[in-house]
Design a protein around this ligand. Structure first.
Ligand code: ADP
Ligand code: MG
Length: 258
């Protein structure tokens, strides 16, 4: 069996995300009910779970867009709850977030969409530096010729790629992908999976990939965790989860293959 990248040997990276006892409710709706998760440097972890199970809430907590009710969250060696606003902004710059549904600004060209996080967050960049950063990010996602296009002129797969390029523009250490293949045909999904792997190699990122696409989890992740009723079932390699006796996991896998 392939060796886990999370094993404590000299090749293993340190934990980049460490979550303990995380709870989150909205009014009477208890979404996360005691989540523990560690992601090590260089690891890609898939978070599976049915719609509404709290996957997006979890990654929004990791990037500080939502506050947990309880629990500790250490990201890139920072205790998130202890950070002030400025420190939280600085931490966010080290995390690339590929949103569910791309979330491009429709009134801006591809170039402007990509340049925006750079010019907002990095002072004193020359025009040339912005141009070369945008070009590099576009090249990484294979869309160098689309800089002047508007988002409406792109296919679904291309929009996802541009969303990923924008998340990469500040060279993040962590990438969070929220449903990267949702709504795409199998061939385009396979291309996005390949891109996620290329990004990890080129940028040496650690990633959480939120998905209910089992092919995506299988082909991009070292480890899979499954969110059921606010808690994670024991994590493992895709094949281990696939062979489990747990009925909820079995149901999830069965429905995926119908
Ligand atoms: P998914 O696993 O499909 O990504 P979400 O994490 O988006 O699910 O949502 C989990 C649950 O939390 C859903 O029932 C959703 O309606 C609820 N929820 C998410 N964000 C909010 C919010 N800001 N306010 C109230 N309820 C929310
Ligand atoms: Mg979601």
């Amino acid at each position: 069996m392939q060796k886990s990248k999370c094993k404590p040997d000299k090749n293993k990276g340190e934990p980049v995300i460490s979550i303990q006892g995380l709870y989150k409710s909205f009014g009477t709706l208890d979404v996360l009910k005691g989540i523990d998760l560690t992601v090590c440097e260089g690891e890609n972890v898939a978070v599976l779970g049915k719609s509404g199970s709290g996957k997006s809430v979890l990654i929004k907590i990791i990037v500080g867009l939502l506050k947990p009710d309880k629990g500790t969250l250490n990201v890139l060696e920072k205790e998130v709850e202890e950070l002030n606003g400025k420190e939280l902004d600085e931490l966010r710059l080290r995390i690339g977030f590929s949103f569910q549904g791309s979330a491009l600004y429709d009134s801006m060209s591809v170039f402007e969409n990509l340049a925006f996080p750079l010019t907002m967050n990095v002072k004193h960049l020359t025009k040339k530096e912005v141009e070369s950063a945008v070009e590099e990010a576009l090249e990484a996602v294979g869309l160098k010729d689309k800089a002047e296009r508007m988002p409406a002129e792109l296919s679904g797969g291309q929009r996802k790629r541009i969303g990923i390029a924008r998340a990469l523009i500040l060279k993040p250490e962590i990438m969070l992908y929220d449903e990267p293949t949702a709504g795409l045909d199998p061939i385009t999904s396979a291309e996005i999976n390949e891109l996620i792997n290329e990004v990890q190699e080129k940028y040496n990122t650690s990633s959480i990939i939120i998905t209910h696409d089992l092919t995506c989890a299988k082909n991009t992740c070292n480890r899979v965790v499954m969110l059921v009723e606010g808690k994670f079932l024991p994590s493992g390699k895709f094949e281990e989860l696939f062979g489990t006796d747990n009925q909820q996991v079995k149901d999830f896998f069965n429905y995926n293959f119908i």
